[in-house]
Design a protein around this ligand. Structure first.
Ligand SMILES: C[S@@+](CC[C@H](N)C(=O)[O-])C[C@H]1O[C@@H](n2cnc3c(N)ncnc32)[C@H](O)[C@@H]1O
Length: 375
């Protein structure tokens, strides 16, 4: 990942930011989980530049552990209807695939800012034979969707990358139908860094020692500021407040990973360093299952959710009973992200004649709402 330039400041608080980016972004805090314009620009540039190496590093084979996890998330606040799904910050499609199969949704728009991710996702969809999914390159705080058009907005491990969480939540609230549900998972809490570091730091030392013994020398240390992608660490009280401020009527937060986190983070680190990918699901799933059982036995009964390492967050849009309109094709729900007007299909893309903008469609990426062509 590329690292945009930035000055470093050590003298500021900012407990919402993780410790890596805090010295650089603290001066750009504009509110709870929100950066000022300069901070937003830096982070969006970093997220746009996520590269092919990362996009290639996920294991997409549907595995029972992940499917059970997704089903549990859907039970937090079950969507009133399972017609149209949106997977935001979809990456290479872990959640898209699980929700389209285990979740039973009819159609899905999978959105990401990175073309590399979307390219990899489309290859996985073709390989796994998943249908009903369209892909779009867009910033999730400017969604190319009509008001009240979606039954479920989901996102795995993406909220902490966004430079303006309140703006994102308002946008999600806009596109959800009454009774629709937002489901986010795997978001780091204020305790995540401490729990993950417990075994991960020794793992780093061990790997450096192995490199030395093998005569590989020290791994190159990246120069300059960090990639501004992982930003926030969340606490329950603030999350509930931003959800309420965005207009959500009901919310639930489930915490995961206390005893389970240190060994799993250790395995992640070793596997990324040695193989450039996450550990195989068949090894990882049973281990996490066993550790989850341990977490349920004691820590969950005695500790605050903020002491666990990650949150799943569910929130429902209120405003009355969920109507069950006739299912409509996804294309008819797409809108210009700038003025929210309907778009006209033209050769090679979708067009907003009023703004004289065309959003090109790349057969390997999807519709590019992030870089329109102007007449
Ligand atoms: C940690 S990855 C998670 C990917 C996927 N959800 C998964 O669980 O495998 C975060 C994803 O969010 C995307 N992302 C970050 N900021 C974004 C933004 N503003 N709009 C759209 N996607 C964004 C990144 O490109 C990346 O693919």
């Amino acid at each position: 990942m590329t690292a945009p330039g930035g000055e470093r400041r050590d003298d500021l608080p900012g407990t919402m930011l993780n410790s890596v980016v805090r010295p650089y972004l603290c001066a750009h805090l504009a509110g709870d989980y929100a950066l000022d314009e300069e901070g937003r620009r830096r982070v969006l540039d970093a997220n746009r530049a996520i590269d092919e190496v990362y996009a290639g590093g996920h294991d997409h084979r549907p595995d029972p552990w992940w499917t059970r996890m997704v089903e549990a998330r859907l039970r937090l606040l079950p969507p009133a209807r399972r017609d149209t799904l949106v997977d935001l910050g979809c990456g290479t499609g872990l959640l898209t695939i699980a929700l389209m199969s285990a979740g039973g949704f009819r159609q899905c728009l999978s959105v990401d800012l990175s073309a590399a991710m979307l390219r990899a996702l489309r290859a996985v969809l073709a390989r796994e034979g998943v249908s009903g999914v369209r892909t779009a390159r867009a910033d999730v705080t400017r969604l190319p969707l009509a008001d009240g058009s979606v039954d479920c907005v989901a996102g795995n491990s993406m909220l902490h990358h966004l430079p303006d969480v309140p703006a994102f939540l308002r946008e999600v609230h806009r596109v959800l139908r009454p009774g629709g549900v937002l489901l986010l998972s795997h978001e780091p809490t204020v305790s995540a860094e401490a729990l993950e570091g417990l075994f991960k730091r020794p793992a780093g030392r061990l790997l450096r020692a192995v490199r030395r013994v093998a005569g590989a020398g020290a791994a190159p240390v990246p120069a300059g500021p960090p990639a501004f992608t992982d930003l926030w660490v969340f606490d329950q009280a603030r999350v509930r407040r931003v959800l309420e401020d965005a207009g959500f009527a009901q919310s639930r937060i489930a915490a995961r990973g206390f005893l389970a986190t240190p060994p799993c983070s250790f395995l992640d680190r070793v596997s990324w360093r040695l193989a450039g990918r996450l550990p195989p699901a068949r090894l990882y799933g049973p281990l996490r299952d066993a550790l989850d059982v341990l977490d349920d036995a004691v820590p969950r009964r005695v500790l605050s959710p903020d002491r666990f390492s990650s949150f799943a967050i569910a929130a429902r849009k209120g405003d009355g009973p969920d109507a069950a309109p006739r299912p409509v094709p996804l294309e008819s729900l797409l809108r210009c992200p700038r003025d929210r007007r309907p778009l006209r299909p033209v050769a090679g893309g979708l067009r907003n004649p009023r703004l004289r903008l065309t959003y090109p469609e790349d057969p390997q990426v999807g519709i590019d709402f992030d870089a329109p062509e102007r007449d």
